[in-house]
Design a protein around this ligand. Sequence first.
Ligand SMILES: [Zn+2]
Ligand SMILES: [Zn+2]
Length: 362
Amino acid sequence: MRAAVSRGVGQIVIEELPDPRPRAGEVRVRLVSSGICHTDVSVLAGHLPSPRPIVLGHEGAGIVDEVGPGVDHFAVGDHVICSIITSCHSCFQCQRGEYVLCERAVGFSGTMLDGTTRLESAGEDVHTLFCQGSFAEYAVVPASAAVRIRPDAPLEKLAGLGCAWSTGLGAAIVRAEVRPGSSVVVIGAGGVGLATMMGARAMGATSVIAVDLAEHKLARAEELGLATHTLSVSGEDAVAAIRELTGGRGADYGFDAVGARGTLETALQGIRPGGLAVAIGVMDAAVTATSDLFAFLMQKQLTGTYAGSIIPQRDIPAFVDLYMDGRLPLDSIIDATYALDDVPKALDQLAANEITKGVVLL
Ligand SMILES: [Zn+2]
Ligand SMILES: [Zn+2]
């Protein structure tokens, strides 16, 4: 099969690799599309450590074409979204239903759940990002990370549900449970931020304030009908503007979809007493945030979410149903499509902020 392989920091080329085969508890997916996520850019650039060689891509959508031993709930022909949530379903956290916190998660190891790889090149192990490596014609994934969706849903449009969109939707719908009629501020109008706004709107938020320094991203949030107000300022200026838009009080909810220095502070300072701030993203593991304690005496709440805190098998099919019903127009977020050969260019364009959400059609 053909796959986009990175053999060093900043380096990625399309190569021919032997087709992978599923082992026990796994399925092989013939990929139809793959979303392109900022994490792919960060791994390529070496900002997130990962072994090489590695096939990048972790938002796969496709059709099951081989079922490994011991997998009885998938059949050849099933349509699936490949989630980044690769939970074991047996550890302490999984037994409590906290699948996104699975203690056996593979992280950036580039291996499958058993610590081995499914791809090789001239006798050398080739890793896959988040048990997927979806910039390829095939991906072998743990059956626990494959989520069956209805067959009439367009696989070429919904790959983003594997990571970025589920993270944004889940932050608003699952983690924060945004209440109807509420006001929401979202820091960051990229792929995750737009999905957060869409989730908040679907829950009935009537005021959505998008904050970003890139004017074209704010314009898009407005065009898509997601943001009711946009602010191209940061820090104290952003907090003052948010208060002005919310009766001097602050928003009910504040989401930080950026995770840069100062952005979580803006979300926390931008919410009202008793409001909820949610950390969704982090740009760099070294970023820290501080707050005065008075904010918490005023009963502000601060939490975070990993991957939208979703239960993939429960929530992704629900998001797909809402999409099919026209209530989550996720494909409107896509602003570029690519062939597999164009993956290096696509990653460059995402790194340069030229696109919001790209999709590779396989
Ligand atoms: Zn687990
Ligand atoms: Zn991602």
